[in-house]
Design a binder for this molecule. Structure first.
Ligand code: SAM
Length: 478
């Protein structure tokens, strides 16, 4: 048993969480970091009528050159113990102040940490796309060593449209490196069908051959590095509605090849938990990390429970009033993000400073054809006492931003809220009328068995990551 961190889900930046892990601790790391701007996410808000869209960025905040990127690049260049420092310094000469420099330096910090915690017999799989793969390979070569490069796996799929101007871009890249080059790493050979041409049997001595339903002959051969696996499509049974969900078959293949039962598998960018499900159901111990608390809740509910696996403890997320109060005190921004994540369909504002107190957003759909979008503004306060001033500020923000509704999230219940005055019109949709300003307290949330929908009455919301009507049964279920 890989205690003390094993079989736990962590809420936070993986860089911070991994800092506490011992050296040479993990058997296999699978990571699928945010590797491209999530345009869909931004589009929702652009159509919402909210005028602050340039500030809104979600997973793509590492894809911008800003002060944070500049501050990150400086120390990495000076961190001579990090073998990626030279690569980042070279990139700075080649692509100064660019979003790729921001992204590669962000990844270099985290990959260096992953190298430290990986066992000598361990392996790492880095999932990326062809826009970033050539840059990341240099970073990987620097940190893990080019001798330890094992494969560039092409995951090829069929989906959606193709361009008239170039070949359809239908693959991702996964870099597989081991920690050590003396072939001490765990590797269980996987097999795939190798077809003979012309529908003829091979008839080679000592080779067992098979015939498929179409009568074609094949043998089982060692697997190559190009993998045809279907994406998680719209109608796929696996689909959870998480925008970047990867197929289970892809990650099960990796888990089976590069770990054994009882090994410890880490996914530092766990998302909705494809790695975690693949590993846990194959008898591995697991650690998952994500900066979205609701992703971690999805893992327990829809990845582990259906496989008969006991839900994992989630660390870093409040579990009752005391821990909520503590988070509000020690990490106000984390508290904001967590509190907003409790209400399905709302998303945090990644801009934490200079945001006019706007901490989150939602978009509701005014018509069945989704044409008319209206914004909801969310403000959160972790302070105790009356929140009348916050309420007034929210009121002003709704007017300034031409939004239609506001939600004030407080720590304690606000008994006086019903008498607070505002000048906003109620929202009428068909037969139903919704209050334009609503309050939600964490105290009520715990009192009401963690059901936000017993406290707030909201119109149908758009899924903040896809912009589509939230019909996904799973993603935002209470
Ligand atoms: C591409 S998705 C992973 C999808 C996952 N493979 C799946 O199948 O669901 C990347 C994830 O990384 C998370 N993330 C982004 N930055 C992070 C960070 N610094 N630490 C931990 N998680 C982070 C995002 O919230 C997102 O869920």
């Amino acid at each position: 048993m890989n205690t003390p961190f094993a079989n736990t889900l962590y809420y936070g930046d993986c860089l911070d969480i991994m800092t506490d892990f011992p050296n040479s601790y993990i058997d296999l790391i699978c990571l699928d970091p945010p590797f491209n701007s999530n345009e869909k996410y931004n589009k929702v808000f652009k159509n919402s009528g909210l005028v602050i869209d340039p500030q809104i960025k979600a997973f793509d905040d590492v894809w911008l050159w800003d002060n944070t990127s500049a501050e990150r690049v400086k120390p990495i260049k000076n961190a001579i113990a990090n073998p990626a420092s030279k690569v980042i310094a070279a990139f700075e000469g080649f692509i100064p102040q660019s979003k790729m420099l921001s992204y590669t330096s962000y990844m270099a910090e985290r990959l260096f940490m992953m190298h430290r915690i990986l066992k000598d017999t361990g392996s790492i799989y880095l999932h990326c796309d062809p826009y970033a793969s050539h840059y990341l390979k240099l970073v990987m070569d620097a940190i893990f060593g080019e001798k330890n490069f094992r494969n560039e796996i092409v995951w090829s799929y069929r989906s959606g449209g193709v361009s008239k101007n170039w070949f359809g871009r239908k693959h991702d890249i996964l870099f597989f490196y081991s920690k050590d080059h003396r072939n001490r790493h765990t590797f269980n050979v996987q097999k795939e069908r190798s077809y003979n041409r012309n529908f003829k049997p091979y008839r080679f001595q000592g080779i067992t051959e098979f015939q498929d339903a179409q009568g074609r002959w094949y043998t089982m051969a060692s697997m190559r590095d190009v993998w045809e696996i279907d994406m998680v499509g719209r109608t796929s049974k696996e689909r959870l509605g998480y925008p970047t969900q990867k197929p289970l078959a892809l990650y099960e293949r990796i888990i089976k090849a590069s770990s054994n039962p009882g090994d410890l598998v880490l996914d530092p960018f766990a998302g909705c938990g494809t790695t975690i499900e693949a590993a846990a159901k194959n008898g591995r111990d697991v650690i998952g990390i994500d900066i979205l608390p609701f992703a971690l809740r999805l893992i327990n509910r829809y990845r582990l429970a259906p496989n008969g696996i006991t839900p994992l403890p989630i660390k870093g997320v409040p579990v009752d009033m005391d821990t909520a109060r503590q988070l509000a005190k020690t990490s106000p921004f984390k508290f904001q993000d967590w509190a907003i994540s409790l209400i399905d369909g709302l998303a945090s504002n990644p801009q934490k400073v200079g945001d006019d107190g706007i901490d989150g957003f939602g978009v509701f759909l005014n018509t069945p054809d989704n044409m008319d979008r209206k914004a909801i503004i969310v403000q959160v306060t972790g302070a105790s006492g009356s929140q009348k001033a916050k309420f007034d500020r929210l009121h002003a923000n709704i007017r300034n931003e031409n939004a239609a509704m506001g939600i004030l999230i407080t720590l304690d219940a606000q008994p006086a809220q019903r008498n607070w005055k505002h000048t906003l019109a109620p929202i009428r949709m068909g037969e139903t009328t919704y209050a334009p300003l609503q309050c939600f307290s964490i105290a009520e949330y715990y009192r009401d068995k963690e059901r936000w929908d017993r406290i707030l009455t909201l119109p149908p919301l758009a899924n903040p990551w896809t912009g589509k009507h939230m019909q996904q049964k799973i993603l935002f279920e209470a």
